[in-house]
Design a protein around this ligand. Sequence first.
Ligand code: C5P
Length: 306
Amino acid sequence: MTRSARLKAFAKVNLGLRVLYRRPDGYHELRTVFQTISLADRIDVAFTPARRTRIGVAGAQIENNIMVRAAERVLSALKIQGTVEFMLAKKIPAGAGLGGGSADAGAVLLSLPVLAGRALPAASLRAIAAELGSDVPFFLCGGTAVGLGRGEELYPLDAAPQGAGLLVTPEIHSSTADAYRDLSGTLSGCEEKRAQFEAHAWSGALPDWTNDFEPVVFARHPELKRVRERLRKLGAVRVAMTGSGSSVVALFADAAGRQRALAHFPADRAHAISFVSRAQYRAAWNKALRPHTKGDQWPPRSLFAR
Ligand code: C5P
């Protein structure tokens, strides 16, 4: 028997991103505030039990798609086999600091156990997520959350205040590994950054949006700095690059200000966005999986899971 669902995999932005130091394991110790946004990929997924596992992705063709690895890990952790068919309608630009691949991987982790009629303990889901990528665990949480460590240690925050959000994604693919390499040699002021982050992030106010990647990524891609400055001049109350780029996210005081700013960028490169709160994120997931789930639990849980 085949079970299927149509999913929305929401993108994220970073409302501030401090990079403290390079750790002995090669990763960098971060302090960030993650926020899910209304921009989303659409994924149709179907699962059919079978003797052998076969995983296919139709629609957007992406080399070494993280969704396939995510599905393999879930089926192997559940000790089951089957056919998994994805149809991916890609809306989140890649290499843009929006967690596009991580959001898709998160979507697989949340949906596949439900469609397979099983349950994975939350700790196993988190472990698989962290192995797949540093940003993936956040998509098991959603809303507004502080990320520590590689970004996998998460602390939910109250919903960030809504503003009129605007996302500008220039046609630039910013490599995360290059950005870390450029930044690594310049890191200093760890204690000061940590103190500044803590003062803002836990205060309940809109966090400080300082992104430590901006100087090194702007040096490689000066166009991005011009986008940030233009958004400032157009009246954005907050503006910063997200992740290691290349998108720039801005908040305007009202929809009219955002509308005026939108007109200054090519239509396919600028999008009005809203923040998706944790309550909205979880409601969207529970709705997408409703025919297969028992109540509104988090993470969503199959009707048939023991
Ligand atoms: O975890 P993920 O696969 O997304 O990381 C991609 C690359 O970014 C890593 O190979 C590493 O070079 C770098 N990275 C880092 N510190 C982090 C997250 C990522 O150095 N906190």
